[in-house]
Design a protein around this ligand. Structure first.
Ligand code: PLP
Length: 446
């Protein structure tokens, strides 16, 4: 098609690198979300709201480092903190002052974080959270929600992009998959029924604004319902705030909705754009990682090594980013930019008479491409009234072409054609993106 031709013409350097990568990396990539047909862009550098590919094309970036970059790329204070820490050493094999500052910076924004344990990724953080929950409760089964993503470890694979029947994905043991009960998101009666009939539920873990940062949104009442039910049945409530943490509000979803989870997982923003993550929550639960507390309770401690846990460079970036979020209006600025963007994109859809809708909350946005061809307008569309299947379904070819068209027009969206705004996006970036969206729709029609 013309769009693919235009894309190939603009990106010969990326095409060449993709050809080299194909012989080295499975699918030529290092993260499934970077799989683009015919090939993805190769980025040379990024600054603020923009990134540039190896061919010198500039993109307004809404991938946002998978959500990590609420301050944009290379925020000067964060970049300086990283450079200073890196010059002092990247791995001490010892405790260091910055890990204390980092934990304090988290606690300042997240009241439920009585204790913090650092890990290297969100996947590791949810793995530790569910291990803590199982050890603390002496129960083994997890209650999770269809479509919710918590990383790629064995306890979290079924029920994400497929395997909604709970069966294990390749390489995961049946016995592990058997210890997860999958429930439809938002169905509080189903949760109540599981907790009533299954005394083995150790914890409920969820993305508190709904899967994929609210692509399938949840109502706060549902979260309050989960809090009450878990308390009544002796199960733990784990908020996976890897993406909502420090974004849904500076205190994450838990502060925004006034709910105190027992445990939370954080990654992305928590490490200021560097690798790093944490599990945080009740002291009596995190005490299972504490030598003295475990011994005093007569319990076996949970082991937790990790070469790069709380490494000083990630700690420095995390402290810098969280301090900016605590002391400035950066979180609100990012949200305001997303509201402007959602309004601008919806205006294009209305003017061009495309029956799609852009929706979302705070600093995120999602494009609903109306796979069933319903008679909707952006003004009438209510994602809470749509089914998960409808919200998640993507007309595959159409969305792939739309993604390429947006790249040709200088905008990088995520594979679901949504994304994150940052405090670095300016009004001009929003205007450029709205213009690119209009042009992309016209290209799709041509
Ligand atoms: N949990 C949620 C809600 C996420 O969005 C992600 C990553 O996108 C993860 C967990 C996994 O985090 P990581 O990619 O750092 O392993």
């Amino acid at each position: 098609s013309r769009i693919v031709t235009a894309y190939r013409q603009r990106t010969p350097g990326s095409a060449d690198l993709a050809r080299q990568a194909a012989d080295l990396l499975p699918s030529g990539i290092t993260h499934d979300a970077r799989h683009v047909d015919p090939y993805g862009i190769y980025v040379a550098r990024a600054q603020g709201p923009h990134k540039w590919d190896v061919d010198g094309n500039r993109y307004v970036d809404f991938f946002g480092g998978h959500g990590a970059l609420i301050l944009g790329h290379g925020h000067p204070t964060v970049a300086a903190a990283i450079a200073e820490a890196a010059a002092e050493g990247s791995q001490f094999g010892a405790s260091h002052p910055r890990e204390i500052g980092w934990a304090r910076a988290i606690q300042r924004l997240i009241p439920s974080a009585e204790r913090v344990r650092f890990t290297n990724s969100g996947t590791e953080a949810t793995l530790m959270a569910v291990r803590l929950a199982r050890a603390f409760t002496g129960r083994s089964t997890l209650l999770r929600f269809k479509g919710h993503f918590h990383g790629w470890h064995d306890h979290m694979t079924s029920g994400y992009s497929n395997h909604f029947d709970g069966s294990p994905t390749p390489g995961v043991l049946q016995g592990i998959a058997d210890k997860t009960v999958l429930v439809s998101p938002g169905d509080i009666d189903a949760v109540a029924a599981v907790l009533k009939t299954n005394p083995d539920i150790a914890a409920i873990i969820l993305e508190p604004t709904g899967s994929s940062f609210g692509q399938v949104p949840l109502k706060p009442e549902f979260l309050h319902g989960l809090r009450a039910l878990t308390q009544a049945h002796g199960a733990l409530l784990i908020f996976d705030e890897v993406v909502t943490g420090f974004r849904t509000s500076r205190g994450g979803a838990q502060v925004a909705f006034g709910i105190r989870p027992d445990l939370s997982s954080f990654a992305k923003i928590v490490a200021g754009g560097m690798p790093g993550a944490a599990v945080a929550g009740r002291k009596d639960i995190l005490d299972l990682l504490d030598f003295a507390a475990a011994a005093a309770a007569g319990r076996e401690k949970i082991g937790h090594p990790g070469t790069f846990n709380a490494n000083p460079v990630s700690a420095a970036a995390g402290i810098a980013a969280l301090t900016i979020l605590a002391e400035t209006d950066a979180n609100d600025v990012a949200s305001a930019r997303a509201a402007e963007l959602r309004a601008g994109l919806n205006e294009v859809l209305t003017q061009e008479r495309v029956p799609w809708a852009v929706y979302g909350t705070t600093s995120g946005f999602h494009l609903f491409m109306n796979p069933q061809g319903r008679d909707i307008t952006p003004a009438t569309f209510d994602p809470h009234a749509a089914s998960m299947d409808e919200l998640k379904a993507q007309p595959a070819q159409l969305s792939a072409r739309m993604r390429l068209a947006m790249l040709v027009n200088g905008v990088d969206l995520n594979p679901r054609l949504g994304g994150f705004t940052s405090a670095a996006h300016q009004a001009s970036d929003i205007a450029d993106t709205v213009a690119a969206f209009r042009e992309s729709i016209r290209m799709l029609r041509a």
